[in-house]
Design a protein around this ligand. Structure first.
Ligand code: GLC
Length: 509
């Protein structure tokens, strides 16, 4: 039987607000996505995942949903969504949408009713005195509880404007099953499940052990066993539709074993492998993550970047003197990830080698993390700066006219536009296109296992029959293993010598 489409898919994350603005208001939208679909088809990805575009006050960039069945006017209309999906499918691109089941926006009609004292059992309200009902801290900083004027407290693991649902209430289950069907009926191919290890909290909401809010199974907050029943139900719904509809979970855990629980055959199809993204630039660290991932026997995925983390170019370059090393490593890590069995998730701008924008002025920053930490934590705006498409000045083709994008773009991005890189064979964009093309050509013939080959200590060599990948994380050049042909490399490779901070794909006999 042929493997389902998602198994080896390359999925491109679109943070809609920052991808492309067709309406000219400085904010990306669905019509903008639609216009740029040919670019993504040419890039060679298999699917797109859209971050939330639902009705939202946008306190947390749309992860605060006020209406799960409608498009926010900022991003367009349901008709724009349908047109975008139709075009994507026409181009052979699958469409994954985000679903946010842990919490809604405070502007959701259910929470508005709860504020009036109606239906509070849909959320997690507790009596309490002047102190919060327990010691839980919000992921965004500060207590996870907010008190209403009538004295009751409600739980929000994120911003106070994102009240957590009570998943012990059957009404919440029914609502989300219906929301899934709403989007499946509109033709989506899958869902990315936000904070998928949240949802259930331990009965009685006990304190967390002091000093730690780990994503461990023992945590009263995350990864409660009851959550798996939700995904069993959702899986049944997905399977009841034709066309291999899928779900990928945002599951943060401490171990590959905990992660594998979500990937049992009757639960989620995939979850993000954040261990890969969290690994430092080190052959040992990469090897450990690869081994841990492959050993669980579930559908592997790989990801280096998304709308919540510092862009890899900057991450890998942190603290280094040479400013080009971060980009070299990001390209090498990308090539390594694309050689591994399973599916890979890219984040918009990764194909352009965009760095994190670190010097955004405080007044433009919008991530609630920044304000809630009193400005101590910069937050995630730096990886959400609108994409540079063309031209030599802001808004670099992001918006049709000379409007200010919702976050300012740096002047250096004139050299990084998609247009400029398209015509440069040495660019990161050209490199990504080539890597994705070769991957497509080879993937049907490659085994879904890897075999390690002997390598110098700071390098990794692994093979999948006709494809061998070599990556050099050390400071000395290394000799490539025997091969017939150099297929692609993340930086120039000469005389069979792999320079530091470089990866290469080799055709092997
Ligand atoms: C996820 C999203 C993130 C959001 C959070 C709360 O981690 O990726 O952007 O802030 O959930 O919904």
């Amino acid at each position: 039987m042929e493997a389902p489409w998602w198994r080896e898919a390359v999925v491109y994350e679109i943070y809609v607000r920052s991808f492309a603005d067709a309406s000219g208001d400085g904010v990306g939208d669905l019509a903008g996505v639609r216009q740029r679909l040919p670019y993504l088809a040419e890039l060679g990805v298999d699917a797109i995942w859209l971050a939330p575009f639902y009705r939202s006050p946008m306190t947390d960039g749309g992860y605060d949903v006020a209406d799960y069945r409608d498009v926010d006017p900022l991003f367009g209309t349901l008709a724009d969504f349908d047109a975008m999906v139709a075009d994507a499918h026409e181009l052979g691109l699958r469409v994954i949408v985000d679903i946010v089941p842990n919490h809604s926006s405070a502007e959701h009609p259910w929470f508005q009713a709860a504020l009036r004292g109606e239906g509070r059992e849909r959320y997690l309200f507790r009596e309490g005195g002047t102190r919060p009902p327990n010691n839980w801290q919000s992921v965004f900083g500060g207590p996870a509880w907010t008190r209403l004027p009538d004295g009751q407290w409600y739980l929000h693991l994120f911003d106070p404007s994102q009240p957590d649902f009570n998943w012990r209430n059957p009404e919440v289950h029914a609502e989300f099953l219906d929301v899934l069907r709403f989007w499946l009926d509109r033709g989506v191919d899958g869902f990315r499940i936000d904070v998928a290890m949240g949802l259930y909290k331990a009965e009685g909401l006990p304190d967390t052990p002091p000093g730690k809010q780990a994503f461990k199974a023992e945590s009263p907050i995350w990864g409660r066993p009851e959550v798996h029943e939700v995904y069993r139900q959702w899986r049944k719904v997905l399977d009841s539709y034709p066309g291999e509809r899928m779900a990928v979970g945002e599951v943060w855990t401490d171990s590959a074993e905990d992660l594998a629980l979500y990937l049992r055959p009757d639960e989620l199809h995939q979850s993000f492998n954040f261990a890969w993204l969290e690994a430092p630039w080190s052959a040992t660290a990469f090897r450990t993550v690869i081994d841990d991932t492959m050993v669980t026997g579930t559908a592997p995925t790989w990801v280096l970047s998304n709308h919540d983390v510092v862009r890899p170019v900057t991450r890998y370059g942190e603290g280094l003197v040479n400013s080009t090393t971060g980009l070299a490593r990001a390209r090498a890590a990308l090539l390594t990830m694309l050689a591994l069995p399973g599916s890979a998730y890219l984040y918009q701008g990764e194909e352009l080698g965009l760095p994190e924008v670190k010097d955004l002025p405080p007044e433009v920053r919008q991530d609630p993390v920044f304000a809630r930490s009193g400005g101590k934590i910069p937050g995630r705006d730096g990886c959400r700066v609108p994409l540079p498409w063309s031209g030599i000045a802001e808004p670099y083709g992001f918006s049709p006219e000379a409007v200010d994008p919702w976050l300012p773009q740096p002047p250096e991005w004139a050299a990084l536009t998609a247009e400029r890189q398209s015509s440069d064979p040495g660019s990161t964009l050209a490199f990504c296109r080539q890597a994705l093309r070769i991957r497509r050509e080879l993937r049907a013939s490659l085994p879904d296992r890897i075999t390690w080959l002997d390598s110098p200590e700071d390098a990794l060599f692994f093979t999948r029959d006709s494809l061998t990948c070599a990556v050099n994380c050390g400071t000395d050049p290394v000799r490539l293993p025997p091969h017939e042909e150099l297929l692609i490399s993340s930086a120039p490779v000469n005389d069979g010598i792999l320079p530091p901070d470089t990866a290469a794909w080799l055709r092997t006999p």
